[in-house]
Design a protein around this ligand. Structure first.
Ligand code: THU
Length: 160
């Protein structure tokens, strides 16, 4: 038997003013996407912006459904859009932001487990990590250098 410890690393920024010019721009795009979310049931809007190697920015937001499980998260809308429109272009960075019309989201809202798995597929596919930044509507931003920092022991095609 052996015990291992897995640690993860992230940078925490106090607010958007501390971000680099590129990160600020991408987060602004995520906010634009968030503002167009379709979230009439949860009132919780999420926006995601992907920066691609060809300089395209691909946006996604959550799309809810009266049959609740038929809705989809912002991150997966964005990653599948990028995967379908630009299948061979690498993803360089992802920014995510969340807000609610019921309360102020003032802590960083990380991608859900299913989105982490979906995002992980694309890191493996492109053989290159990409940083992920996430925040609420205001306040701190978390930046990880890679999706693998958020999803240890992830499942990938090597098991198939
Ligand atoms: N949501 C996302 O878009 N991304 C996440 O990572 C977490 C949750 C959406 C799904 C649903 O429309 C709303 O937020 C509340 O769960």
């Amino acid at each position: 038997m052996r015990k291992i410890e897995i640690s993860t690393a992230a940078i925490i920024y106090k607010d958007v003013s501390e971000l680099s010019t590129e990160d600020k721009m991408l987060m602004r795009k995520a906010v634009e996407a968030r503002e167009k979310a379709y979230a009439p049931y949860s009132k919780f809007s999420v926006g995601a912006a992907l920066l691609l190697e060809n300089n395209e920015i691909v946006l996604g937001n959550n799309q809810e459904n009266a049959a609740y499980p038929s809705g989809m998260c912002a991150e997966r809308v964005a990653i599948w859009r990028a995967g379908s429109e630009f299948p061979s272009v690498k993803i360089l960075k992802l920014a995510i932001t969340a807000s609610s019309s019921i309360h102020k989201v003032d802590k960083p809202a990380g991608p859900c487990g299913a989105c982490r798995q979906a995002l992980s597929e694309y890191e493996v596919k492109q053989k290159q990590h990409f940083p992920i930044l996430f925040m609420g509507e205001v306040g701190e931003i978390v930046k990880t250098e890679s999706l693998s920092s958020l999803l240890p022991f992830s499942f990938d095609s090597s098991y198939l």
